[in-house]
Design a protein around this ligand. Structure first.
Ligand SMILES: Cc1ncc(COP(=O)(O)O)c(C=O)c1O
Length: 382
């Protein structure tokens, strides 16, 4: 199959929502790990963790098989258990919430700030007595996190950051995952950097790190690699843990992707700036958030009049332009309603049902951005 044929089969879209930026470095890194004959949790993972912790500015980082696995363990290690009262956004991906359900936590959905800032509002912290709160910088924007973290500190609420959109995002010079007790980055295929599947827990709290490390691999005191290196012969099981281990192959790709992250984010930023410029002359398009300079710009979201949303999505699809929805609010999903009961969040719902996510990825070119913006505007003016 030629490179051209591969591309056509892969996309099926003229302009896909997202495309990977993999080069020969990722392939070489994979081959080099295969050559070591050690393919699960080992030195490559340890190096990736050290480099990630250094990049984020935490003392520790722990690599997991997925972001959801890392979140699950972060929640447990932070102390979330049955009946812990946890404030969460509904404007997020479902797996910010699911591990809390597994834990039997008492979950309270909070509202977004306003239509310019889709992050959970700090004002929600005043509405009840919470033990924990989870903050998700939507699309990589950290707007409101500082106020949110300050209020959590004042009220002695343990803050956990789901940084799954925020690889490289900063606020007052600090990266996501450094404002609360523990943070988690998903490294899923469509993130700003990826290991295919994967997640990284970051923290500067030694107890959380030690607990999370145990839980990641069956609650074992000494892992296979330590025994292989003859550091230890036996192990004990001291927690009822999980198998949330990543492979060395994922770590090898992650190390390369981490090196490229800042430059990939710069490319995203340039594209987002162009998108914003192109939409500046159309009243019907509102673009949430403002600090693109310090955002990872994970996705490009626009808000359109609700009655026109469907026609725009369909019209773009007909022209080969893929779109997505970030997000259908979590509290509206069937299984979530069955589990947690009916909820109403008027602001979250009104914004969500106006949202369209347009294509964005580092290797997209300016012409593609112009085509998407112009097609969107034409459809809105119909
Ligand atoms: C906000 C958010 N949280 C958690 C996750 C879960 O990550 P993963 O798919 O790596 O399990 C994602 C992934 O898409 C996400 O966007």
């Amino acid at each position: 199959m030629t490179e051209e044929e591969k591309k056509t089969i892969k996309k099926g879209w003229k302009i896909p929502l997202f495309d990977l930026s993999f080069g020969k470095e990722e392939k070489e890194a994979l081959l080099s790990v295969l050559g070591t004959n050690w393919i699960t949790l080992g030195e490559e993972t340890e190096r990736f963790e050290e480099e990630f912790a250094r990049y984020v500015g935490t003392k520790y980082a722990l690599f997991f098989s997925s972001g959801t696995a890392a979140l699950h363990v972060a929640y447990i290690a932070a102390g979330i258990k049955e009946n812990s009262r946890v404030l969460v956004p509904s404007y997020t991906f479902v797996s910010t919430i699911t591990p809390l359900i597994w834990q039997g936590a008492d979950i309270v959905f909070g509202e977004i700030t306003n239509e310019e800032n889709l992050n959970l509002s700090y004002k929600e912290l005043d509405k009840d007595q919470f033990d924990f709160a989870v903050f998700v910088p939507v699309a990589g924007f950290m707007e409101g996190l500082s106020e949110f973290a300050d209020l959590c500190r004042k009220k002695e609420i343990t803050l956990i950051e789901d940084c799954s959109h925020a690889h490289g995002s900063t606020l007052n010079g600090k990266k996501c995952g450094t404002f609360g007790k523990v943070g988690v980055y998903s490294l899923y295929a469509n993130k700003n950097m990826t290991t295919g599947e994967g997640g990284m827990l970051v923290t500067s709290d030694k107890e959380i790190y030690k607990e999370a490390k145990l839980l990641r691999s069956h609650g074992m005191t000494h892992l296979a690699y330590e025994r292989y290196k003859k550091d230890y012969m036996m192990y004990d099981i001291v927690r009822i843990g999980y198998n949330y281990r990543p492979t060395e192959l994922q770590a090898a790709i992650g190390r390369v992707q981490l090196k490229k992250l800042d430059s990939m984010n710069q490319k995203r930023k340039r594209l987002v700036k162009l998108y914003r410029e192109l939409f500046s002359d159309i009243e019907e398009v509102k673009i949430p958030f403002w600090d693109i300079e310090h955002s990872s710009n994970y996705i490009f979201c626009i808000l359109v009049p609700q009655e026109k949303r469907e026609q725009v999505i369909k019209g773009l699809a007909e022209q080969g332009i893929q779109t997505s929805w970030h997000y259908r609010p979590v509290h509206t999903f069937t299984a979530i309603k069955e589990k947690l009961g009916a909820y109403t969040l008027p602001l979250t719902e009104s914004v969500a049902y106006r949202e369209i996510t347009l294509p964005l990825y580092p290797d997209m070119d300016y012409e593609m951005v112009k085509e998407v913006a112009s097609a969107t505007k034409d459809l809105l003016r119909k």
